[in-house]
Design a protein around this ligand. Structure first.
Ligand SMILES: NC(=O)c1ccc[n+]([C@@H]2O[C@H](COP(=O)([O-])OP(=O)(O)OC[C@H]3O[C@@H](n4cnc5c(N)ncnc54)[C@H](OP(=O)(O)O)[C@@H]3O)[C@@H](O)[C@H]2O)c1
Length: 268
């Protein structure tokens, strides 16, 4: 892809091409300061979730930043364990209360199954929950809606039973884990893929193979790994609590050759 700064969702909403991840950033001063630092460094897209327990700190950092609210894209997520219409409605309201903003920009179903039952079939429940997501979108409390960790079958169940299609699918996508089947299916259906854990939660950082490729481009392993997600046509969500890493991870305007992308796809 080109070095563009934004993607456009199926409903025309503009989404900044790199998001700041906040999983495992403790609520309170650490989350507040990390988001403030990220906004100061130039991020205009913050990825949060009710399950991260830090929505209030994220919202406060955004409000205190002095940046026009309309310039910042904010995501939160319905907890994976919430699998009924009524609970989805009340948890969406809870997110709004926690985050303290008039609206959010993207609301996702965090996963198609509760975390204690990964892979279990919750198709019927997800269809019911999606109705609450559609209504939340129509209420204007969120500018877009989507899913996370959904595979092809899970995506199709929603597409076949919805009035409004998901605009985003947030999935684990990093070097060595290119997720071709899901990304291809999303592309075909106008769903933007967001790539979470672009550094494999830090596991890629010591890879000698990736370091060898990064060196060719005069970039770090972290930068090459984030750029790789963009080369796959997806939107990366790097996380850090260190100000130097937070800025460094935004400096990814370069291109990786097709041959190098294929090599990086194949790394285990
Ligand atoms: N939807 C889902 O189910 C789901 C699941 C997982 C993640 N996510 C989203 O994706 C985001 C990112 O994924 P992730 O949290 O797994 O981690 P990640 O971005 O893949 O990696 C973060 C780790 O890498 C370190 N790091 C970051 N930049 C670095 C740099 N330039 N140099 C050296 N080390 C660096 C961080 O250290 P420090 O923090 O110590 O600086 C942290 O340990 C999450 O925060 C969340 O928003 C979503």
């Amino acid at each position: 892809m080109n070095n563009k700064d934004f993607f456009t969702l199926a409903n025309g909403v503009i989404i900044p091409a790199i998001g700041f991840g906040t999983w495992q950033i403790p609520s309170g001063d650490i989350a507040y300061n990390s988001v403030k630092v990220a906004l100061k460094a130039g991020y205009r897209h913050i990825d949060s979730a009710q399950a991260y327990g830090n929505e209030a700190s994220v919202g406060k950092a955004i409000l205190d930043s002095g940046i026009d609210r309309r310039e910042i894209f904010v995501t939160s997520k319905l907890p994976a364990e919430i699998k009924s219409y009524e609970k989805a409605v009340s948890h969406a309201a809870l997110t709004m209360k926690n985050i303290g903003l008039d609206y959010i920009d993207l609301y996702l179903i965090h996963a198609p199954w509760p975390w204690t039952e990964i892979g279990a079939d919750y198709t019927k429940e997800n269809i019911e929950v999606w109705k609450a997501m559609e209504e939340f979108y129509e209420s204007g409390k969120t500018r877009s809606i989507g899913i996370s960790n959904f595979n092809v079958k899970d995506i199709d169940a929603i597409l076949e039973n919805s009035r409004i299609s998901p605009m985003v699918n947030q999935i684990k996508l990093h070097i060595g884990h290119p997720q071709e089947e899901i990304t291809g299916h999303c592309r075909k259906n106008g769903i933007l893929v967001e790539g979470y854990s672009p550094l494999a939660t830090g596991k890629l950082l010591n890879s000698k193979e990736i370091a060898g490729i990064a060196k060719k481009y005069g970039k770090s392993v972290a930068q090459l790994s984030i750029r790789y997600v963009l080369e796959k046509g997806a939107l990366p969500l790097p996380k850090s609590t260190h100000p130097e890493y937070i800025s460094h991870n935004l400096d990814v305007k370069f291109s990786i050759t097709g041959d190098d992308v294929s090599y990086l796809d194949s790394l285990k």
